[in-house]
Design a protein around this ligand. Structure first.
Ligand code: ZN
Length: 62
């Protein structure tokens, strides 16, 4: 009867708070009631987000 002691079976239950930007946030655009994702760091939805439109055309980034 060989009893093996499995030591070191420690559960890594390090529950760190997920980085979210809050729930129930809506687009800041007046009239727009699009609910933002909790992972969306912006204040606008994907349609009103100013940075959503790529303006790299004609602008060379070395
Ligand atoms: Zn919007």
């Amino acid at each position: 009867m060989s009893e093996r002691s499995l030591g070191g079976h420690s559960l890594t239950s390090s529950e760190r708070p997920s980085r979210s930007f809050g729930k129930n946030r809506t687009c800041k655009e007046p009239g727009c009631e699009t609910q933002l994702s909790m992972y969306n760091s912006g204040k606008y939805c994907y349609r009103h987000e100013p940075m959503a439109v790529p303006r790299t055309r004609g602008k060379k980034i070395a």
